[in-house]
Design a protein around this ligand. Structure first.
Ligand code: FAD
Length: 387
């Protein structure tokens, strides 16, 4: 329950993604009136959910946040343990590298939609939480809490007001865009020269085509492919490489030749027809790394998750760090007698350096995974500069 020194607040959470839905639960449990505003349709009822990676690696950071709201066991039970990496070389040979040979611990591959739905379902049960879908934040006045949303169903602008605005609106955050205009706000963003594209290794005869309890990696030095298992016995495959390499693949033959040369074992697993269809139906996506400081404007606004610290996906920690933001902020807000102003300040000051370090580690880990420990760290610094 709330232990802050102030009356309960009306809190507007922007974004009902993974971090926004978790943050809403924590704030509501502190006794505040929470309104979540989400640009998209409710993913629980939407026919087609567009978005990034179908599955995610859930680590201890994320599990701790889920445990605090009583969801960890259910989520883990519906995920797939990845006890290590399994590398695939050019000849199709595989090698197992366990994360924790002594205790068998690892990461959990969890469905993004499944996890988001579970969080929204739990949020909906809390009478302090009110959800507003298809409401796109257009502007926010961070000093007085005035918000303007475009109602995407009616195309009409709607005004709202909140005591505290919580920006959980992802890497291209509109809340952060308002913060940037203010003096003293530090911000940097870096796009890498590599993009990613998702493919799929489907189940065959109702079974996984590769050992399921691994994060599969095809390290190829300047690029790589990874695959994470899904509950339906498929694997979501992420192909990452420089945009120029993507651009060099123009025809079906280009693609099949490229796979024959670099991923010979994967063509059969994906299936030629599916490979051609999935590769050419989508464009490679950009990856951005964002650092900023501070994360709050007094007691009126704070940013969490990717809005505060988007990172390239190769450390598998973006969501996990966003969840950890929620854990940390909740802990600070639970201190007896603390004001929102002091709590947000404490949160920001104790968080931004750690988050920046995670952004850097995520960059390093892309090189680590591509080269898979064949090169040493001093060499990596040089490589990072090449992005
Ligand atoms: P988002 O998931 O981006 O959610 C933001 C929400 O805000 C969205 O629902 C959006 O519709 C809404 N929104 C945006 N603008 C507005 C607006 N103006 N008004 C209203 N609503 C708005 N992380 C991991 O921990 N493990 C992994 O294995 C992992 N793998 C990844 C693989 C890939 C390919 C990618 C791209 C990322 C991966 N990540 C992973 C990172 C992870 O996806 C993000 O860190 C995580 O989704 C961040 O959650 P978020 O809620 O902060 O932002």
């Amino acid at each position: 329950m709330a232990s802050t020194a102030e009356p309960k607040k009306k809190i507007a959470i922007i974004g009902a993604g993974l971090v926004g839905s978790l943050a809403s639960i924590n704030f509501a449990r502190q006794g505040h009136e929470v309104h979540i505003y989400e640009f998209r349709e409710d993913i629980r009822t939407a026919e087609l959910v567009q978005g990034r990676s179908i599955n995610l690696a859930l680590s201890r950071r994320g599990q701790t946040a889920l445990a605090a709201i009583g969801l960890e066991k259910e989520i883990v039970a519906n995920s797939i343990l990845m006890k290590g990496r399994m590398t695939h070389d050019l000849q199709g040979n595989t090698k197992e590298i366990l994360y924790d040979p002594l205790h068998g611990q690892g990461l959990f591959s969890v469905g993004r939609k499944y996890l988001n739905e579970k969080l929204l379902n739990l949020a909906e049960k809390n009478p302090n939480i009110h959800m507003h879908f298809e409401k796109k934040l257009v502007t926010a006045k961070l000093d007085n809490g005035d918000l303007i949303f475009k109602d995407l169903k009616t195309n009409v602008d709607v005004k709202e007001n909140a005591d505290l605005i919580v920006g959980c609106d992802g890497a291209y955050s509109q809340v952060r865009a308002q913060m940037i205009k203010r003096p003293g706000f530090s911000f940097s963003q870096q796009y890498i020269r590599h993009g990613y594209l998702e493919l799929c290794i489907p189940a065959k005869d109702g079974e996984f085509q590769m050992p399921p309890n691994y994060l599969h990696i095809w390290p190829r030095h300047s690029f790589m492919m990874i695959a994470l298992p899904n509950k339906d016995k498929s694997f979501t495959v992420t192909l990452s490489m420089p945009f120029e390499t993507f651009e060099s693949i123009q025809t079906e033959n280009d693609l099949l030749d490229f796979f024959d040369e670099h991923y010979p074992d994967a063509t059969a697993l994906i299936g030629k027809d599916r490979l051609l269809k999935d590769f050419f139906k989508s464009k490679p996506q950009h990856m951005v790394s964002i650092k900023c400081n501070s994360y709050n404007i007094g007691s009126k606004a704070v940013i969490l998750g990717d809005a505060a610290h988007a990172m390239v996906p190769y450390y598998g920690q973006g969501m996990n760090c966003g969840f950890e933001d929620c854990t940390l902020l909740d802990k600070i807000l639970s201190q007896s007698g603390i004001t929102i102003n002091d709590a947000l300040k404490q949160f920001s000051e104790s968080r931004w350096e750690d988050a920046n370090a995670m952004c850097d580690l995520a960059m390093y880990n892309y090189i680590e995974m591509r080269d898979l420990v064949t090169k040493r760290t001093f060499f990596m610094r040089k490589k990072i500069d090449e992005f």
